[in-house]
Design a protein around this ligand. Structure first.
Ligand code: DGL
Length: 218
């Protein structure tokens, strides 16, 4: 069952739109970058807020949700789809690519490439499903075998971001807890392994040493 898509229409109705989806507001961080780089494209943004969070779902569920959303997007005649969701990119990208005829872009490989551009001691904060999938570790090591990767699942972040509790002391305390093992590992680079997390940049920056680079796969 698909609920309440948010439709954003831009100029040039003659060109087919690009579809973007996420479980909620996370994909807006990808939409922002897309607008910057391709300002004249039409875009359909789908937020699956009825079934959020994705990060504690099974791979079968994530594939099923992706299948339903992409089927709907195809009916809207999109020319391509950007999965603005790391959890879907980690668990469903390959399966969905084999089932649909349009280009489908994910976030993991671009994120991995950007990360090794910045450093070799790479921390990844992600949803529990993305962290458990090892998608980032595998992609980073494929691009740069000498890199070291530490991944942390952060189950509380997505609900906190969706509730707009971005700067509360509680959110900061949770962030400290999640970043602790990464700080202990002396990472030089931190990847936002979930599109919701760039919304937390102000508090993450307060906790991280200034020389740690933040990488946004968007
Ligand atoms: N923003 C998504 C991601 O990048 C999904 C987060 C969630 O719903 O748990 O993984």
């Amino acid at each position: 069952m698909i609920n309440n898509p948010i439709l954003i229409s831009r100029t040039q109705p003659q060109s087919r739109p690009i579809g973007i989806f996420d479980s909620g507001v996370g994909g807006l961080t990808v939409l922002r970058e897309l607008y910057k780089q391709l300002p004249s494209e039409s875009i359909i943004y789908f937020a699956d807020t009825a079934r959020l969070p994705y990060g504690t779902r099974s791979a079968d569920e994530i594939v099923q949700f992706g299948f339903e959303i992409l089927s709907w997007m195809v009916r809207q005649e999109v020319k391509m789809v950007v999965m603005a969701c790391n959890t879907s990119s980690a668990l469903a990208l390959e399966t969905l690519r084999s089932e649909f005829d349009i280009p489908i872009l994910g976030l993991i490989l671009p994120g991995a490439r950007a990360a090794v551009h910045q450093g070799r001691r790479v921390g990844v904060i992600a949803t529990p499903a993305t962290a458990a999938s090892n998608a980032y570790r595998n992609a980073i090591l494929e691009v740069e075998p000498t890199a070291q990767v530490w991944q942390v699942g952060c189950p509380e972040f997505v609900p906190l971001v969706e509730q707009n509790r971005l700067c509360e002391p509680y959110t900061k305390a949770i962030a400290r807890q999640y970043l602790e093992p990464l700080l202990a590992a002396q990472i030089d680079t931190l990847v936002y392994g979930c599109t919701h997390y760039p919304h937390l940049e102000p508090i993450l920056r307060e906790i991280l040493p200034p020389d740690v680079k933040l990488v946004d796969p968007a």
